[in-house]
Design a protein around this ligand. Structure first.
Ligand code: HEM
Length: 410
């Protein structure tokens, strides 16, 4: 489907066949990202990975992230950290279960995931005040990146800042920048060589050096580039994993008989964290299946619609029915265009291993250690509130408030 958003032509991709054409057959042509006002602020003018246009700079940053920050071995090196934070989550929930207290599970999951992501990326933050600020600031930035900003579609309106978004962006990034500067300075004074080095430790020795000495394109990596990479990874890591765990628990509460056959693929189908992936941009004019697509068109891959399409998933499409994944050979790693929670192709999520490991660990412990009861008492499974908010990520609109019983007591 083709629509026009202000002055920007946009193509909405809503079937596995079309997704495969855009993300596989013509992946190189659609591997760019549009430059939008919010991402420009967040990424210090396209100096990171997530919102940077396709080209040699993006390729080198991606290579750096994949080899030094998000590789399987680096992800594995944080196993003890993930375990420690998951054990604290379980201990805190056990305490409230023993006291018979209800719990805001959304908040608890969010805190645990954030704690893992923050320690992995920024490591030790000495000043508690910064720790507290950061989460709110990142959420504000994520909201602003996902907001429909008139300035991105009707550029002449940009200077007027009718929605006040530009002012909010400038204010947030200024505060985030101060915190990052402080964290970097602390790391510089107190460098570590042990194998559990956080991402700041890994990136700092590369400062003021060529990004990739072997590449003919010479890009230097300065402090601004490091800050852009860090803040983008924080934004990409914080909410995504927590939202995945929350939706899976929500579906399990609605379908208690499924709990023994836990499979997170089904919640990725019904509740993809990135319902439209992250927007792509067409790099050159191209004709696909007889349709002409002009350069600079915005490409929106509607994974939410694909996950809810009867033609793809049969007429029980609205049902949480994990058995369908036992009958069907499908994975979430971008090979099957019917299920794309992490995208596919060149711009696919590089944090997939890290994200999946965290989601699986937390989910498994929540289900293994506790029986969950819906609130208020007497609420039927089908009445669980499943309202979504659609931004760049689709989170639950309301927190999950639950009672729980610790079930591992002998
Ligand atoms: C369950 C957890 C996660 C989900 C569902 C998720 C989902 C996604 C999706 C849908 C995209 C867009 C892909 C596309 O355009 O084709 C993406 C991109 C990205 N993700 Fe994730 N993500 C998760 C966790 C993470 C983590 C933990 C990190 C890093 C620590 C991360 C870093 C990134 C980055 C840097 C990109 C941009 C890649 C690029 O543009 O080249 N993600 N993610």
């Amino acid at each position: 489907m083709s629509i026009r958003l202000g002055t920007v032509p946009a193509i909405v991709v809503s079937s596995p066949k079309a997704a495969s054409l855009f993300l596989k057959t013509h992946d190189t042509n659609f591997a760019s990202r549009p430059r939008i006002q919010a991402s420009d602020y967040l990424s210090y003018g396209s100096k990171g990975l997530l919102f940077t246009e396709y080209g040699p700079y993006w390729r080198n940053v991606k290579k750096l992230c994949m080899s030094k920050l998000l590789s399987a071995s680096k992800t594995e090196s944080f196993a003890a950290l993930r375990k420690e934070k998951t054990v604290s989550l379980v201990q805190s929930l056990k305490k409230s279960a023993m006291a018979g207290e209800a719990v805001d599970l959304s908040r608890k999951i969010g805190e645990a995931v954030e704690d893992i992501g923050k320690t992995m990326i920024l490591g030790r933050i000495k000043d508690d005040r910064y720790d507290l600020y950061l989460k709110g600031l990142v959420q504000e930035m994520f909201y602003l990146v996902g907001a429909f900003n008139f300035a991105d579609y009707v550029p002449v309106l940009g200077a007027l800042d009718l929605q006040g978004l530009s002012r909010r962006l400038k204010k947030s990034i200024k505060q985030i920048d101060q915190i990052l500067e402080k964290i970097i300075a602390e790391h510089e004074q107190d460098s570590t060589n042990d194998q559990h080095r956080d991402f700041v430790d890994v990136l700092l020795p590369l400062k003021n050096k060529p990004l990739n000495p072997q590449d003919k394109h010479v890009y230097m990596i300065y402090q601004t580039n490091i800050k852009a990479i860090l803040i983008e990874l924080i934004s990409a890591a914080f909410d995504t994993s927590a939202i995945s765990v929350e939706w899976t628990i929500s579906e399990l509460l609605r379908n208690p008989w499924v709990i023994k056959k836990l499979q997170e693929e089904e919640s990725f189908r019904l509740h993809p964290v990135g319902p439209f992936l992250v927007p792509r941009e067409c790099r050159e004019d191209i004709t696909i299946e007889g349709y002409w697509i002009p350069k600079k068109s915005r490409i929106i891959v509607n994974t939410w619609a694909i996950g809810h399409d009867q033609n793809v998933w049969s007429n029980n499409v609205e049902e949480f029915y994990p058995e369908r994944f036992m009958e069907r050979d499908i994975d979430v790693l971008g090979h099957d265009f019917a299920l794309l929670p992490f995208g596919s192709g060149r711009r696919m999520c590089p944090g997939v291993q890290s994200g999946l490991t965290t989601v699986r660990l937390i989910l498994a412990q929540l289900v293994r250690c506790f029986d969950w009861e819906r609130l208020p008492y007497g609420t039927q499974p089908k009445d669980i509130d499943m309202t979504e908010v659609f931004r760049l990520s689709a989170a639950r609109a309301n927190h999950l408030l639950l009672k729980h019983i610790y079930r591992l007591l002998k």
